[in-house]
Design a protein around this ligand. Sequence first.
Ligand code: NAP
Length: 303
Amino acid sequence: MTLLHTETGGRGQLIEGKAIAEQIHANTADRVATLARRGIQPRLVFVRVGEDPASRVYVGMKEKTSKRLGLASETIVVSESTTEAELVDLILKLNEDSNVHGILVQAPLPKHIRETCVYASVKPAKDVDGFHPINVGKLMLGDPTGFVPCTPGGIHELLIRSGVRLSGAEVVVLGRGNIVGKPISAILVQKDKRANATVTLCHSGTRGLAAHCRRADVLIAAMGVPRFVTADMVKPGAVVVDVGVNRVPDPGSKTGTKLVGDVEFEELLPVVSMITPNPGGVGPMTIAMLMQNTVRAAEMATA
Ligand code: NAP
């Protein structure tokens, strides 16, 4: 199916992240079964530093999915006071362990630890998060032998599998973060039949941000600003991907807070042609791509 961006608007279709993630999981589970016939089980090690509640939840969800798909997984928790050198030392040991195929260091790390140093210490062939400079470089170069980071990889897959035509499309990305904004821009700008878009990358220094947004056939919001994108910022018939995860006060709920995205979902729904629900859009795809990367790491290590 190739969806052209409608000019008329109407009620937008939901981009079903959960269902698309399940399609990817089915393929991953088949690949796990193929490896199992050779006596190989992909093994993913999570490294968590301290007890950040959101990190605990994220790692827990990833571990649960690993087990469901037949991957072996393990979480190593080290204390908040662990030094950068100690953390790097742990990673170097995991690099040398041939039973470990993928390593994921859960962000955020405590302030005294430089994320860039930690990511650079993971062996590129086990860097299933795609944050090692070699994998970042391969992404920029369009070299498919690297690992693509999971959230932008998942967004790309969502768009492709939803039939969104990317070649020639005007894509506007809000946010130049290293985890989402920069890598999704690098993916979509590649001279490749699955990409080939014209990408505008906006940030806090962008002038006339709303005008950029209104030109977008595909708008990807990855800023971490609750409900920033309103209906007047979106071209009728555009495709909108809401990546943001923001905790906001919600006096009516048990916890007193709730999670919202970077877009005003209800307001945008009648204007757009397609939109990701949030939650249930990008989040499940991030986990699906992590599982896929890990199985690929195991296949490559045992080829
Ligand atoms: P980040 O590194 O903090 O980057 C945020 C970007 O947004 C920065 O480039 C910043 O601009 C820009 N920005 C912030 N406020 C802005 C404003 N008012 N106008 C224009 N630009 C603005 O964040 P990230 O790690 O990329 O994450 C972005 C969001 O995605 C967060 O909500 C995060 O929780 C979410 N996320 C979701 C998933 C998932 O699986 N669903 C995964 C990863 C991240 P400057 O560079 O100029 O400061």
